[in-house]
Design a binder for this molecule. Structure first.
Ligand SMILES: NC(=O)C1=CN([C@@H]2O[C@H](COP(=O)(O)OP(=O)(O)OC[C@H]3O[C@@H](n4cnc5c(N)ncnc54)[C@H](OP(=O)(O)O)[C@@H]3O)[C@@H](O)[C@H]2O)C=CC1
Ligand SMILES: CC(=O)[C@@H](O)[C@H](O)COP(=O)(O)O
Ligand SMILES: [Mn+2]
Length: 387
């Protein structure tokens, strides 16, 4: 494989730092061209000094001077703001844009990168939740590869290698069930962010960890899978698997099922997205059957965890519904992390926002951006009213 030029969007986060750990292990194979972050200037500077990219972007414009001054003795170009993010993803030496931004803020840079013909390694599931049809059509038009980083989608992607001629009958997306698996609504009435932030198997950023606890993460992943693998809603099932060892399964037309297994470690799906179709030797910890004598499976509880049902409904209705769901969810998760809404209140607000924002059947990019904005305003209003 030629040395691959990589842009890491969201390099200071959980996926971003693990991506750089992978890049660090294979300096002859990966060349970091761009690093970007939201707010964490100190870590961005440290990463830039280690990887010597062509450009860095910090979204928070107030921190531009701090980064600029710290890198003044280097050749690294320093930029700030969303517009700059959309420009740097187009740099000639970039082959793959690994998008590890959290939230719908990841959509516009993904679109720009695709339009410039860059392959996308996608952790930022919100991009496909908000505008899956538009993004996948654009990727097909520009012959760009959409390489999943999300562990379940990477698992499905790996199961599909060599199966290009064989239609999928069904996929099973596994869910850990989160820290509140088996709990009832009485229990959930009183849970606090400290409890919700304790994921049983994965160490991740705060937003996705809350999504896992509320099962919204699984809802977003159902939508992400629909677009990545071109499936209908009834071909996508969720199965709770508390050990997070089976990362997802594909069932083919003859009833045969393939699964991908491994320890819960995001470095593997990140590495596979960057080396695909090759597999590189590494020293990640190996699975030991004796540590997991029993792998178990159970049905998700959609009545207690309404977010998963809401996501299925939004996907079935189509248009801008999943965009509304996602925007409302981003607002309520932020509010929950600030103790401004209760755990169960999050689904109440999301449901009300979906009911109140106008439906658009075939949205353009501008429609999605406007829907995202309007839905956030509505969700904020409802959160404020609840307080
Ligand atoms: N963590 C995981 O294991 C997994 C994550 N994912 C998905 O990957 C994505 C990233 O998740 P994760 O790494 O956990 O999240 P983190 O919160 O840890 O990191 C998010 C990154 O995005 C940056 N960022 C935040 N807001 C903006 C913005 N408005 N504009 C530009 N950059 C921004 C942050 O910068 P800063 O910190 O400097 O503010 C940080 O670098 C999410 O979509 C998540 O669902 C999917 C599967 C697993
Ligand atoms: C690592 C990863 O891909 C996460 O999306 C993970 O799946 C979250 O765990 P849950 O199954 O609890 O949502
Ligand atoms: Mn996942």
């Amino acid at each position: 494989m030629n040395r691959r030029g990589i842009a890491v969007l969201g390099s200071t986060g959980s996926i971003g730092t693990q991506t750089l750990a992978v890049a660090r292990a294979f300096p002859d194979d990966f060349n970091i061209i761009v690093l970007t972050c939201g707010d964490n200037a100190e870590l961005l500077i440290q990463q830039a000094l280690e990887f010597n990219p062509q450009a860095v972007v910090i979204n928070n414009e107030d921190k531009y001077i701090q980064v600029k001054e710290a890198l003044a003795h280097t050749d690294i170009d320093v930029f700030a703001g969303l517009q700059a993010l959309e420009e740097v993803v187009q740099l000639t030496d970039i082959d793959v844009v690994l998008n590890a931004i959290v939230g719908s803020a990841g959509l516009r840079p993904t679109v720009k990168a695709i339009q410039k013909g860059k392959d996308i390694a996608l952790a930022n599931k919100e991009t496909l939740v908000v505008a899956g049809e538009l993004v996948m059509d654009l990727a097909a038009k520009h012959q760009v590869r959409m390489l999943p980083v999300d562990s379940e989608h990477s698992a499905i992607f790996q199961c599909l290698v060599g199966e290009e001629q064989n239609p999928i009958e069904k996929i099973y997306i596994t869910a850990s069930g989160g820290p509140f698996r088996g709990k009832d609504r009485d229990f959930l009435t009183h849970v606090k962010k400290e409890q919700a932030l304790k994921h049983p198997n994965w160490v991740m950023g705060a937003k996705i960890t809350i999504d896992s606890a509320s099962l919204m993460n699984k809802g977003l992943e159902v939508i992400e899978a629909k677009w990545l693998f071109d499936l209908s809603v009834d071909q996508i099932d969720v199965i709770v698997h508390p050990q997070s060892i089976v990362h997802s399964l594909v069932q083919f037309q003859d009833g045969s099922m393939k699964a991908q297994l491994g320890l819960p470690d995001m470095k593997l799906p990140i590495q596979y997205a960057l080396t695909y179709p090759a597999r590189f030797q590494n020293n990640f910890q190996r699975f030991n059957f004796m540590d997991y004598p029993s792998l178990t499976f159970e049905k998700p509880d959609l009545e207690t965890f309404r977010n998963l049902a809401l996501a299925y409904e939004a996907l079935a209705r189509g248009g801008n519904q999943a965009c509304i769901l996602n925007a409302a969810n981003e607002v309520v998760v932020d509010a929950f992390l600030k103790d401004r809404v209760s755990f169960l209140g999050m689904s109440d607000v999301i449901e009300q926002v979906i009911q109140s924002v106008d439906y658009i059947s075939t949205p353009t990019l501008a429609d999605y951006l406007e829907t995202d904005k309007v839905s956030r305003i509505k969700a904020l209003e409802l959160v404020t009213k609840l307080n």
